[in-house]
Design a binder for this molecule. Structure first.
Ligand SMILES: [Zn+2]
Length: 92
């Protein structure tokens, strides 16, 4: 037993991962969306281009959260990929 990991499912590829490895998008109870922190319905997404692009194309977040997801949300996540070089670890 090593630590306590909480598994969550990516909305795009349906893979179960430790939630610390996923992005979290939250539909706030008071309205609007937030990343990482907040109270409300949540959707999880792998931190890679494949799942992000697919999610945008197929409106995965919209479906999971049952609300509109502004392009700025996707843009913000894309920005993170560019600022964290370790995100390409999947391409081994
Ligand atoms: Zn995924």
């Amino acid at each position: 037993m090593s630590g306590r990991s909480v598994l969550r499912r990516c909305v795009t590829c349906r893979t179960l991962l430790d939630r610390q490895q996923l992005w979290r998008v939250i539909r706030l109870a008071q309205g609007g969306l937030a990343l990482d922190q907040g109270m409300g319905r949540s959707a999880y997404l792998c931190r890679n281009h494949t799942c992000l692009d697919e999610a945008r194309r197929r409106k995965k977040l919209q479906k999971a959260l049952r609300c509109q997801v502004a392009d700025s949300i996707y843009a913000a996540l894309e920005q993170r990929l560019q600022t964290s070089p370790s995100a390409d670890a999947e391409a081994r």
